[in-house]
Design a protein around this ligand. Structure first.
Ligand code: DX5
Ligand code: ZN
Length: 223
């Protein structure tokens, strides 16, 4: 089993002092920085792009940056994010006409690659690309905004994907995104996730370390 990764979503951070916020959350024990890219087209919100990713690298952030692309089309922006210092790039199958090609493109640019599934998106997109995936990200909210409630059917979907990953034998992380909190992270872990995105649960609290420590304590109890 892989070590658990806590991935704070900077969508809920204070953008007016983003560098400091990222330093603080990493010092508090976060493993990766979850970077939500929205285009006001694929999702009804507009956030941050490669310039901000590059700025975080220039600021001195060395932790992995997990770029979650909620954009369409995907391919044009992939090399820009790779150059800007992205470590992992994930995208939604609905955002790319040729998902195999996009996964290859991400790898050719030197990044790890993953597919993201909305709550209503079927898993059949995995059928022929398991060998090209470093990460599978299941959305437990409909993408576009932080602070939404966890959709319970994501737990069953996690169990299904966990089985598929284990049966495949490939080295693939299973990430969950949306509504993850201290009080549900344990059952999310038990359903098979190993990478936990949390935005509002962390950034809306004054003490990031306290929340992350509490999350880790809950994770340690999961069976
Ligand atoms: C939603 C984003 C999430 C979001 C999670 O579209 O992909 O990463 O920031 O925020 P919380 O943890 O507040 O649900
Ligand atoms: Zn996200």
């Amino acid at each position: 089993m892989k070590p658990n990764w806590i991935a704070p979503s900077i969508l809920s951070a204070n953008f007016a002092k983003l560098g400091e916020e990222v330093d603080k959350v990493l010092e508090a024990g976060a493993d990766v920085v979850h970077f939500d890219v929205m285009d006001n087209h694929f999702v009804p919100n507009l956030t941050i792009g490669p310039l901000v990713c590059e700025a975080l690298r220039k600021h001195g952030v060395t932790a992995p940056i997990d770029v979650h692309l909620m954009v369409e089309p995907v391919d044009r922006i992939v090399p820009d994010f790779a150059k800007a210092g992205a470590s992992i790039i994930t995208f939604h199958p609905e955002g790319s006409v040729h998902i195999d090609r996009t996964l290859q493109l991400i790898h050719d640019c030197g990044c790890k690659a993953g597919l993201v599934f909305n709550p209503g998106t079927p898993l059949h997109h995995l059928d022929y690309v398991m060998d090209k995936l470093d990460m599978i990200l299941l959305m437990s909210v409909n993408p576009g905004f932080g602070g939404q409630s966890f959709i319970p059917s994501a737990l069953d979907k996690l169990r299904q994907v966990r089985q598929r990953i284990d049966a495949s034998g490939f080295d693939i992380r299973l990430e969950i995104d949306g509504g993850v909190k201290v009080d549900n992270i344990r059952e999310i872990k038990a359903a098979g996730a190993d990478t936990f995105v949390a935005g509002s649960a962390i950034f809306n609290q004054p003490d990031y370390k306290k929340v992350i420590d509490e999350m880790r304590a809950e994770l340690a109890k999961a069976v």
